[in-house]
Design a protein around this ligand. Structure first.
Ligand code: URA
Length: 243
């Protein structure tokens, strides 16, 4: 679709008369692709722009975006004959077209995004984009003293796989160690294999952040909620990661 004026788009989307939406835009209530836009004449592409009014995404195509607090024991595949899947946590009427962005292990908890937006999924998972993923893990065993440096330099796993530089933070030490791991890639069992390479064994793993999107701490295990407009804009920003 050709680009069109922001005020025209919002009034087509029934957000108000042309005059009313112009006042809303000038009052700073509208953002486009995550940045405030106060010019009613600004040109946007209605197919691709993320236009947010008062925190709500506006658009012709009502695509769906959810954050899920995945419990252990369900798999992120959309369909499976033997295992419970993340889509099984959604009411049947809402499942059509939805899928999880990326994969988490069956025993991993925390944040996948569930959507029907293939383009966003592709952008977030593209290896070239290096979108950050943050995990918290409970670890058993004794980690090498220089584990954080090894992560920082780019670990070589036991099978010779070379990892991109990553961050390892020790959150608490005791009988078990709690760590936070930040990756910019998503190799198979990556956190578990990286921790194993520095002497530990992951006994619990939870993804708490994807790009700029943080898992809502109020969301109970097994529950989902729609992303707010601001959260969606965070995901859509190019390079929306931890820097
Ligand atoms: N790393 C893992 O080891 N497992 C996951 O589920 C995600 C990252």
């Amino acid at each position: 679709m050709p680009r069109m004026r922001l005020d025209k788009l919002l009034s087509h989307l029934n957000c108000g008369s042309r005059k009313e939406v112009q006042a809303m835009i000038r009052a700073g209530r509208v953002s486009v692709d995550g940045a405030p836009e106060t010019d009613p004449a600004a040109k946007v592409d209605p197919d691709t722009a993320c236009v947010v009014l008062d925190g709500q995404v506006q658009g012709y195509r009502a695509q769906r975006y959810y954050m899920l607090n995945k419990p252990a024991g369900v798999i992120t595949a959309s369909r499976d004959a033997r295992h419970d899947t993340v889509l099984g946590l959604f009411p049947e009427a809402e499942r059509r077209g939805l899928f999880a962005v990326g994969r988490l292990d069956k025993d991993t908890e925390g944040l996948p995004i569930i959507t029907d937006d293939g383009a966003l999924s592709h952008a977030l998972m593209s290896p070239a984009r290096h979108v950050s993923k943050v995990y918290e893990a409970v670890v058993e065993g004794v980690l090498a003293r220089d584990a954080a440096e090894q992560f920082q330099k780019g670990l070589v796993l036991r099978d010779g796989t070379v990892c991109l530089p990553a961050r390892l933070e020790i959150l608490a030490e005791g009988a078990q160690t709690q760590v936070r791991v930040t990756l910019r890639e998503g190799k198979y069992h990556q956190v578990k294999r990286m921790v194993a390479a520095v002497g530990g064994a992951v006994v619990q793993l939870r993804r708490v952040q994807l790009g700029g999107l943080v898992l809502d701490p109020e969301l109970p295990a097994g529950a989902f909620r729609e992303l707010t407009g601001d959260e969606l804009a965070l995901l859509r920003q190019p390079g929306a990661d931890l820097g």
